[in-house]
Design a protein around this ligand. Structure first.
Ligand SMILES: *Cc1c(COP(=O)(O)O)cnc(C)c1O
Length: 357
C-alpha cells in the first residue's frame, strides 16, 4: 500500500502508539499489571477488568457478517468514531482537506472542522449520482479523504460499486475513498466491501446502529486492508470498546436471532414502500422518494409547518430543507406499523391509505 501509506499523516506514520497492559500481556490468573480493582464494581460481570481493545470474538463475528478476513475489521464505537479516526489519521491539522458530496451526512465536515481541515464540496448531480469528474477536478494535494455515503443520508439512493471502483482507481495515491454504508442492509444494491480486495485506498464503514437496532451500544465495523486497520488502531483510544457493548453485540448477532433480524429488515423495506405510497396521497405532498435506506424523503408545500404539526402531535420527523437542493423536504424514518399509521394520521393521509401502511 505504498501510495496509500504516503497519505497517512507523517506524525501518525512515526507514532508508536500507546502500549496498554492488556496488549502487552494476556493469560495469567493473578492480574496485577493494570492497576484494576480486584472486585467487580457492578454485579457479577468482570467489569473491573479493562476490556480487550479489539475483542476477538466480536472481530470474528463481524468479519463473518461482512464476508472478510478478521484482519480487515476494526470494531469501532459506531461509524462516527470511524469518521473521526480516519480524519485524524489522514488529514493534516490546519492543512488537509476532505471531499464530500452534498446533500450528505453531516459528520464528515464536522470531523474535518475539528481537525482544522478544509471541506471541499462537490454536489451530487441532479439525479443524485456522484459527480466523479467534479471530484477529480476539485481534488487538491492534502485532500486525503473522499466520502461516498451509500445509501446516502438524506436522499436514500445507493451508488453502484462499479462507480466506487472507478473513483478509487482515479484517487489511487491521492486519497482514500470512504464508503459509508450505514444503511446497506436496507438496500438491494451490492455492498462495496468486496472492493477492499482490489483497492488499498478503500474503506467501508458499517454499523450496528441502524438495521441491528443497537444505536445505544455504540458499535460498528470498519472494513479496510490490514495495514490501514493497524494504523487506525494506533490512533484509537487504548480500551475503546466497552465490555457491556461487546456482550450486547454478540448476543444480537447470535445466529438464533438471525431469522428475526432478517424479518425485521424485510418489514422495514416493505413498510417503506407502503408509507411512501400513502404519503403521495396526502394533501401538500409534492414528491416522495423511498429508495435504499430505512427512511423516506418527501418534498412538501411547507417543511417547517409539517415538522411543527407533527411535533405538536408528538411525532418527530426531520426537516432537511437546509440541505442544498432539498428545499421543503422532510426525512421520515420508517417506524413500526402502528408508528407509521400515527404519522399518516397526523399528516392527514386518507384513512384507507393510512391503514394499509
Ligand atoms: C447514522 C449514520 C451514521 C452514524 O452511525 P453510528 O454507527 O451510530 O455512529 C453514519 N453515517 C450515516 C450516513 C448515518 O446516517
Amino acid at each position: 500500500m505504498n501510495g496509500t501509506r504516503a497519505l497517512i499523516r507523517p506524525e501518525i506514520q512515526a507514532l508508536e502508539g500507546y502500549s496498554s497492559a492488556r496488549m502487552e500481556a494476556q493469560g495469567g490468573d493473578v492480574l496485577l499489571n493494570a492497576n484494576e480493582s480486584p472486585w467487580p464494581g457492578s454485579g457479577d460481570a468482570n467489569w473491573n477488568r479493562y476490556p480487550d481493545p479489539q475483542p476477538r470474538a466480536l472481530v470474528e463475528r463481524l468479519a463473518l457478517l461482512y464476508g472478510v478476513a478478521a484482519e480487515r475489521v476494526l470494531v469501532t464505537r459506531g461509524s462516527d468514531e470511524g469518521i473521526d479516526l480516519l480524519t485524524r489519521t489522514f488529514c493534516a491539522a490546519g492543512r488537509g482537506a476532505i471531499i464530500e458530496n452534498p446533500p450528505c451526512f453531516g459528520m464528515y465536515r464536522v470531523s474535518a472542522a475539528i481537525q482544522g481541515c478544509e471541506v471541499i464540496q462537490v454536489p451530487l448531480a441532479a439525479d443524485w449520482s456522484l459527480d466523479r469528474r467534479g471530484i477529480a477536478a476539485a481534488w487538491r494535494p492534502g485532500a486525503h479523504l473522499v466520502y461516498v455515503c451509500s445509501p446516502n443520508n438524506p436522499t436514500g439512493n445507493a451508488t453502484d460499486p462499479n462507480t466506487v471502483a472507478e473513483l478509487a482507481e482515479a484517487m489511487a495515491g491521492r486519497a482514500v475513498v470512504v464508503v459509508d454504508e450505514a444503511y446497506q442492509e436496507f438496500s438491494a444494491k451490492p455492498s462495496c466491501i468486496g472492493l477492499v480486495d482490489r483497492f488499498d485506498n478503500l474503506v467501508v464503514l458499517r454499523t450496528l446502529s441502524k438495521a441491528y437496532g443497537l444505536a445505544g451500544i455504540r458499535c460498528g465495523g470498519l472494513v479496510a486492508r490490514a495495514a490501514v486497520i493497524a494504523t487506525l488502531r494506533r490512533v484509537m483510544a487504548p480500551y475503546p470498546i466497552p465490555a457491556p457493548s461487546v456482550a450486547a453485540a454478540l448476543d444480537a448477532l447470535d445466529e438464533s436471532r438471525g431469522e428475526t433480524q432478517r424479518r425485521r429488515v424485510a418489514g422495514i423495506v416493505a413498510s417503506r414502500a407502503s408509507l411512501a405510497g400513502a404519503l403521495t396521497q396526502c394533501a401538500g405532498v409534492r414528491e416522495v422518494w423511498a429508495l435504499d435506506a430505512n427512511f423516506v424523503l418527501a418534498r412538501v408545500d411547507d417543511a417547517s409547518a409539517w415538522v411543527a404539526r407533527c411535533a405538536d402531535a408528538g411525532v418527530l420527523i426531520r426537516d432537511v430543507s437546509r440541505y442544498p437542493s432539498l428545499e421543503d423536504c422532510v426525512r421520515i424514518t420508517v417506524g413500526s406499523p402502528p408508528e407509521n399509521s400515527r404519522l399518516l394520521e397526523v399528516v392527514g393521509a386518507p384513512p384507507a391509505a393510512a391503514v394499509s401502511a
